[in-house]
Each structure stands twice: as C-alpha cells, then as structure tokens.
Write a protein that binds this ligand. Structure first.
Ligand code: MSP
Length: 642
C-alpha cells in the first residue's frame, strides 16, 4: 500500500480576492503535494474558503448581497485562480458545505461529551477583523488589537467556552516532543511563550450575528453559532469525512499545514487542543511563512499596489514566478516582490544557467550526433558525478524543512557543474581531433544532470520541467525519480528532441510598475534631492545635528493615522524616547521592534497629531519605497553617527 500524504493550505476568507499572499501559500502546498506524488505517495491536497463569520456578513451587507451569494462569488474566484494555475487540489472545501457543517457540529458534540465545553458569561475586547478576543493586558494602547492594530469593541455575551486551559501542559509537552513541529524553528519560541504565559478558556460560540454553523441539538441553544475559528480549523478533518463517515480519515494526521505567520497561534495552540479533546492525532508539521510586500511597501487596496498573481504569471510564466518566490525569500521570512528581482532571476538562473545548459546540449547533440547520444563508459566525469551525487543526497532535508531557497541554490550547483564541464572539456576541439566518443560521453553526462535536475525541480516548475523531459525523451514520474534520484542511477542513451530556448531573456519589465505610493515630496525634499556642490552646508552646520544609534523598544500605530507609528526608542540615555515616525505604510509595528535605527537626537520636540515627538528616525525614501537606515551590525545605543 502506498504511503499517505496530507498537505493543507489555509482556507481563505471570502472578503478579499486572491492576491500574491494567497498564491504563495497555495503554491507551496501544491509543491509539497507534487513532490510527495513523485515519491510515490498517495496525496490528499486540501484547500478552500472560509466563509462564515461577522467579517463576511458585514462585507456582504456592504454590497447589498446575502452572505451566501457573496461567498459563492468570491469562493469561485479562488477556485478559478488555482484551476488557471493548474493546481490540482484533491478537495476544495467550503465551510458552507453541508458535510463540513455536520462535521463541525459532530466535533462540538464530542467536545461537549468529553466535558470540555461549559457555559459562562463573557465580556472582552473583540477584534472583528481577526475574529479574536483579547485580554486587557494583550491590547495595545488599552484598546487596539495586538495583531492588526485595529480598534476592538467590547463584547458581552453568554457564551460556551472550550477548556483550553486544561490542555496547556499537554501542549507544552507536545512542542517539546519534536523540534521540527513548527517551521521555521525560530517561530516555535513565540508559540511556547504564549502557552507558558497561561492559556485562558476560549469562547467558542457567538450570539451577535447569524452567519455561521448552529450548535448541535445536544446544546439545545439555537441562539448561538459556532466561533468561526473552531468552524474553520475543523475543515482539516471534515474534508476527510470527520463526523460524516470518515471515509478519508486514514489521511489524518496532516503532514504539513502551510499557513502564514499571522495565523500561527490558531494552528499551533487552539487547533491541537481541539484535536486533543477529540482524541485525534496531532499534525506533524505546522509551517508558517512570512508576509509579502511590494517594492518595499505594504500592499493595500487603497494604495492600488496589490499584486494580482495571475497578471504576473501571464507576463512571466507561473513557473518563473513560483521559482522566484521560493528562491528569493527564505521560508518564514517576509519577502518583497520587485519585478526587477524577478527579471534578474529569469535572466540569470533560468535563462543563463538552466536554459542555456539545455540549449548547449541540444545544439551540440544535433550538430555532432543527429540528436542520438550514447555513452561508451569511458572513465570520465567520475569526480563530477561524485559531486553531483553528494549535492543531490543533501537536498531531501532542505526540502522537508521547507528551505526552498537553499534547496534551489544547491540544485543550481548541479547545472553549474554541467556548464563548467562543457567549458573545460571544449567538445568543439575534441571533435576536430576525432574524439567523438568522449564528446558523446560529455553530452550524456550533461543530459543526465538535466534529467535529474528536471525531476528535482518538477514540483516547483512543472511545465518547464515537462518541456525539459520531453526534450530529453524521459518521463517525470515516481519510477524515474526512484531510479535517477533515490538510487542515484545514470542513463546511458538519450534520443533528444530539439526545442526553442526554454526561457526567453526579458529585456524590459513586462508589467506596469507599482503606482507611486509615496506622498508627493515636499519642496524642501525636492531641493535636497537636487543637492549639488553649489548649495552645500559647512561641516560646522552638519556638526550641529546629533545623529545617534538607538533600538526600537516598542511600536504601535497612531490611531486615525495611516502614516504614523508611535515608537519608543532606547538611545542609551537610561530612559526611552517617544518618537512619532511617518513609516506606517512601509513597516508593520511588530516587524521593527528590536531593530536598530539612526535617530536625530537633538531635533526640537514637536507635536504630531497631538503626540509629542522627541526625535526623528532616518530613512531613505524614494518615490515608491522607504527604508530605515540601520547600522551594519549591532552597535551600542547612543553611539554617534558622523
Ligand atoms: N480564514 C483564515 C484562515 C483559516 S485556516 C483554518 C485566514 N484567511 S486569510 O484569507 O485572511 O489569509 C489566508 C492566508 O493568506 C494566511 O496564511 C495569510 O498569512 C496569507 N496572507 C494574506 N496576505 C498575505 C501577504 N501579504 N503575504 C503573505 N501571505 C499573506 O486567515
């Protein structure tokens, strides 16, 4: 029987159309699914839409539609996007599906029977945007949601509670049981700290709106609906038939839950606690990726700089786009989408290194051997083969731990070996001296590198790899993977087929650049930008400005301002300075806490939106982006910048 492999993407809220963040999560899940299939596993790949909750109810109402009609429309957009991308999910679940709803009710009933649900009065600060309650100590500034910075509302209602506190110790034991449980490993501490901080019981029903799953009969309380996160998380098992016959439950537990870092707590704390209550196994890996920005700026509808993944894929090919996203950004870190960076990857890695290797092979094979190449087993390329085998052997752990950027970097060393072998061997000279057997040997070696490379790259770039395979006359499937990768085999003969270059070089950006999202520069800024040696200041003038290194201790958004962050900065003076800085459009508060920056320390204090600011943070700003000026390495706070 085949090994089973279960990978999930998050289910997407239907209050937004698919963008690069969603595409990234789904593409990673699809890559894992394809790889597992190539390893001969039986794969279940689950994706879908999260359609209940107040946020969706409100979004539908603002368009004058019923939630059901609205959800159907947006859900279809996600399905269309993945279908357009050729992403073959096993199931696209919708939380409005009848079997899902039945499964959620069955879970509620089971938790109830296990004594994990009780009724109580709840009053708390609720963030509609995150669909989450926060305690007083968790709030920013006494009322702002610590996750998204939006204002919370006070909600008082009679709720059913889940005994999350009961599972605190078991959760902590679980985190300690496997160091790769939460990827990247650096994120695990965050989760452990949260659980160690004390888990409070979780309110898991609502009465203030209606768009959700009703409680099961056992509760006989028709006013309540089930909390959207309990509803949503359950999708990972209801999709397998939990509560409705369980026909695919043998795929459980998930091999990978792929999610964004913003929803890690729900997946690494609440979800396993629910599973414990249901006596179900716990997921094997929870992998949280970072956030995408565009040209250094946060994406938002109002700025008009949201990336439509379909446009990028249409312009540059989905394979190149996927390669770029996985190669450029280490999994778990935030990434920036800049067209220029994508184009550099296409021209460099894809056209030059990989595409050219195939071109050179096909060109020489045609010219010298009418495309049929056969090795005669001369004792050649032994060293190169050894190097290749060693590189390939090292790839599996990189893939399993989702270090795709390292995986691809290593794989590219295989193509470099091929290009270098051709350069060093100079087959065109060997042909003149009649050593055609040796040249055939070289070309067979190179064809093998490309065959192995195509198999290893196929989960990430399926179309291009299928094209390479067709040119080499091989198939990419579990059998060839086993022969050429697992068993390290080398093919002796190839009958090649000529084809056009795999990747055309891109000479100019193919999409319009991001709109100019920075505010118009002020007149003073304009004159500074045109600074020349004619309008200079003296060194004495400059010496009046005290620029010091400081560390950002805390950051939060300034209420009612899209641009301002309120920072507290340690300038090595014993206390902290309060600084208001216009960087909110470019930096998330939590992303810059702990960062070292350069601060004008003797700027006259000024009130900005009523808040006193005691300094100015330095940043480089052009028309599209803003970047903080930071010391190259850790520097003592208070050090003067000269
Ligand atoms: N519905 C919940 C998930 C429930 S899973 C049981 C949800 N939906 S979401 O649509 O808001 O977000 C889905 C995923 O998209 C999250 O993993 C989130 O991290 C990701 N992204 C949304 N915007 C993003 C970027 N700008 N960059 C990268 N990913 C981001 O949360």
């Amino acid at each position: 029987m085949k090994d089973k492999f279960f990978v999930t993407s998050p289910i997407y809220y239907v209050n937004d159309v698919p963008h690069i963040g969603h595409a990234y999560t789904t593409i990673i899940a699809a890559v894992l699914a394809r790889e597992a299939a190539l390893r001969g596993k039986e794969v279940f790949f689950l994706t879908g839409t999260d359609e209940h909750g107040q946020k969706i109810e409100q979004a539908a109402a603002s368009r004058g539609e019923t939630p059901a009609v609205y959800a159907e429309k947006i859900s279809a957009k996600f399905r269309e996007m993945w279908d357009y991308f050729g992403i073959k999910y096993t199931r696209f679940i919708r939380t409005t599906d009848a079997d899902h709803k039945a499964g959620v009710q069955a879970a509620f009933e089971k938790m109830w029977q296990n004594g994990d649900i009780y009724k109580g009065e709840f009053e708390g600060h609720y963030c509609v945007s995150c669909e989450a309650f926060w305690t007083d100590t968790q709030l920013m500034d006494g009322e702002l949601c610590p996750d998204c910075g939006k204002a919370t509302t006070i909600l008082k209602e009679e709720n059913y509670f889940f005994k999350l506190s009961k599972y605190q110790d078991r959760l902590l034991e679980w985190y300690a049981s496997d160091e790769n449980l939460i990827l990247p490993k650096s994120r695990k501490n965050e989760v452990v700290r949260f659980a160690q901080g004390g888990l409070q019981d979780l309110s898991i029903t609502r009465t203030t709106f209606e768009w959700g799953v009703k409680l099961p009969a056992i509760a006989s309380d028709p006013k309540h609906i089930i909390y959207v996160w309990l509803d949503a998380l359950m999708n990972y098992v209801t999709a397998l038939g939990y509560g409705t016959g369980g026909k695919n439950m043998d795929f459980w537990a998930a091999d990978y839950h792929i999610i964004g870092k913003d929803i890690l707590r729900f997946h690494a704390v609440y979800w396993p606690a629910f599973l414990m209550s249901l006596n179900l196994a716990l997921p094997k890996r929870i992998a949280a990726h970072g956030w995408w920005t565009r040209d250094g700026a946060k994406m938002s509808k109002s700025k008009g700089n949201v990336i439509n993944p379909r446009e990028v894929a249409d312009a540059y090919s989905l394979d190149a786009f996927s390669y770029f996203m996985l190669r450029d950004v280490p999994f778990g870190q935030d990434g920036d989408f800049a067209q220029k960076a994508l184009v550099d990857r296409i021209n460099g890695d894809l056209a030059n290194d990989l595409g050219n290797l195939l071109n050179r092979l096909l060109g020489m094979a045609e010219k010298y051997f009418a495309l049929a190449i056969k090795a005669v087993n001369l004792p050649r390329f032994g060293e190169e083969k050894k190097q290749t085998d060693a590189i390939i052997e090292g790839l599996a752990p990189l893939f399993e731990s989702l270090q795709f950027h390292r995986y691809l970097e290593e794989l590219w060393r295989v193509f470099t070996i091929g290009n270098k072998a051709i350069n060093d061997f100079k087959p065109w000279e060997k042909m003149k001296t009649g050593d055609s057997d040796q040249v055939a040997e070289l070309l067979v070696f190179v064809a093998n590198l490309l065959a192995k490379g195509a198999i290893l790259l196929a989960p990430i770039m399926p179309s291009k790899c299928a094209a390479i395979a067709a040119a080499l006359g091989i198939a990419i499937n579990a059998e060839t993977r086993k022969n050429l990768i697992e068993q390290g085999g080398w093919i002796a003969n190839f009958t090649l087929t000529k084809r056009d270059p795999l990747f055309a070089r891109v000479e100019a950006l193919l999409l319009p650049e991001a709109p100019n999202i920075a505010a118009e520069s002020s007149v003073a800024e304009k004159s500074l930008a045109s600074a020349t040696l004619q309008n200079c200041v003296s060194i004495d003038d400059f010496a009046k400005v005290a620029i010091k290194v400081g560390t950002i201790l805390s950051a939060k958004k300034v209420e009612k301002s899209a641009k301002l962050l309120l920072l507290s900065v340690d300038l090595g003076e014993g206390g902290a300075r309060q600084i208001v800085s216009g960087i909110s459009e470019f930096y998330e508060p939590e992303a810059i806490v702990g960062a070292q920056v350069c601060v004008i320390a003797n700027l006259k204090p000024a009130k900005i939106m009523g808040i006193e600011s005691e300094g100015m943070i330095l940043a480089a700003k052009d028309k599209n982006s803003l970047k903080l000026i930071r010391p190259e390495s850790l520097t003592e706070n208070g050090t003067l910048v000269k």
